[in-house]
Every structure is written in structure tokens, then in C-alpha cells.
Design a protein around this ligand. Sequence first.
Ligand code: UFG
Length: 312
Amino acid sequence: MSKISSILVTGGAGFIGSYVTKLLLEKGYHTIVLDNLSKGKKEHLLGGEFIEGDLADRSLLNKIFKNKIEAVLHFAAFTDVGQSVSEPELYHENNVEKTRILLEEAKKQGVSRFIFSSSAAVYGNPLQDLITEDHPTSPINPYGATKLTIEKELGPDAVSLRYFNAAGGDPEGKLLYRHQRPTNLIPIILQGLMENRPFTLFGKDYPTPDGTCVRDYIHIHDLASAHVLALISKGGVYNLGNGRGYSVLEVVSAVEKITGIKVNLQQGPRRAGDPPYLVASSAKAKKELGWKPIYSSLEEMVEHAWKGYQQN
Ligand code: UFG
């Protein structure tokens, strides 16, 4: 382990954490990734130190914090909203209890810079079109509740980044990520194309222009650049989205255009707990962090995600 100042990245072998680690390394940071590989893969790491282990392992955390840790970026969490409804205790244990252990151990060592992967799921059913950070928080699923619980327990130096719908892949194609069991729209459609399986559209009777749900997709590169800025910012809560929504059918069209393959679409019923429209105002992150998303086109997100599926 190293003696120079490092960034501890928990869950750094996962979809978002691995890309953020790549960007941190490019910016000259020294990274220590801690991941139990329950979802991520070691191959997703293009450099830095890697430690296989669990957040609940206090003695391991203690050893890690013997390094000079400048900040903790905490990605390690379960993220499947549906599973959080069927297994709420598992989500509480993994996302809340284990994060508390990490926070306690970080505090003991005087590390207060903590960048937390929060979620738009903390808002629940939105009451306004462009959600701002002062929108009431009222999660409608255990996943969102775990994120809100931790947000409230963070100290004043911590930054909570509320992701909207993370999408995309490495634009350079160096980090080829293919989800093992995708649970989100774009990877589900791409995986279906690879395996020649139909895609089920969850509901077409929503009060939106084409009847399908609208989401604010945000490229992982832009999510990652916000983390780099958060490292040198004051503490606070920030939405990360594009302020532009795309419907499920618009995503299907973008996939067909980029891949050149027709999606075998099957109409299914609504999925429980899906708000019709979820779009962020990220004005605060732009103003206070100086954040400038650069890959805001849906087609680019699909194109970069597709690279991981084709070459992996
Ligand atoms: N969808 C389908 N068919 C599928 C999968 C998804 O029609 O097979 C639809 C969903 O019903 C929804 C849209 O595609 O309308 C997006 O669904 P995702 O599951 O990709 O994303 P969600 O908006 O439900 O949730 C995501 C993350 C959460 C996060 C939330 C915040 O999974 O962790 O964004 O915006 F909290």
C-alpha cells in the first residue's frame, strides 16, 4: 500500500466506479479501489491499487486508512430498485449498515472528504418538471430510502451526488463494460440484441407525449467529471442530469439507429413504482462545481455503451 496521498474508491470495479477511477488516474490521482467483486470485475480497473474486500471488514478498513487517504468516493452499493422492494433488509444492510462502518472508520482517521453516490430515487414521485435539490425528499422504494438515510448522516464536508439515469460507456473504448445481469433500460435492450431476445416495454399509457416514461439519461463520463470537481468543492447536495428527458421509445429508436438492429419490442404492463417523468435541474452543480456535461446526446450514450457489448 502506498504512502502518497490517495483517493479511496469503494465499489471501484463497478460500472460507474471503474469509469470514475479511470478519470481520476488520468487526472494524476493515486487511487485505491476497495471492492468485494459481488457485482464488479477486476478487469474493469485500468490502473491504481486494488484491494478485494468488504466494507464491513473493519480491520481491513483500518489498514487501508493507514495510508494517507485524502478523500473517499463511495460507490459500493446495491442499485436494483425492484430487488430493494423484495429484499429491503439486504439493501439496509448493504447500503446503510456497511456505509456507516465506512463512515465511522473514515472519521476515526480524520478523513472528512466523502463523496457519496446518491440517487434521484430520494425524491420519490416528483412534484415539479425540473427537479431541483430543494424538492421534498420522499423515496417510494427501499433503495431510495437507503440513499436518503446516509445523506442525512454525512458531515458538512461531504458531497452527495444525486444521479439521474446513468448511461453510456467509455468514449475511448478502453474500458469495455458489459453488465453481467443488466437491470437498467439501455443495457437491457443491448443485452437483448446480443442474445436475440425480445425487449418488454413496461407500459405505454403514461401521461407523456408517446405514453412511455421519460428519464434524464446522464453519461458516465459526465458523472465522473462531477466527482473530480466535487473532490475540490465545499460540501453539499447536487443533482446530476442533463435537464432533458427521453422516453423509453426514444431510447429504443436511438438503439436501433446506432446498432442498425431492429429491437423486438413487446408491449408489457406498467412496472410498479415508475414515475412518468423524472428530469433534473443541474443548475446548482453547473454554478457551484463549475460542472459542464459534454456527452448529452442520447445517441452518444448508446454508442459508447454498445462498444462494451460488441467487443466484450
Ligand atoms: N423499462 C422498460 N423495460 C425494461 C426496463 C426498463 O420499459 O426492461 C423502462 C422503465 O419502466 C422506466 C425506464 O425504462 O420507465 C427506465 O428504467 P430503468 O430501470 O433503467 O431506470 P429507473 O428510472 O427505473 O431507475 C434508475 C436507476 C435507479 C435510480 C433512478 C433515478 O436504476 O437506481 O434511475 O432516476 F434511482
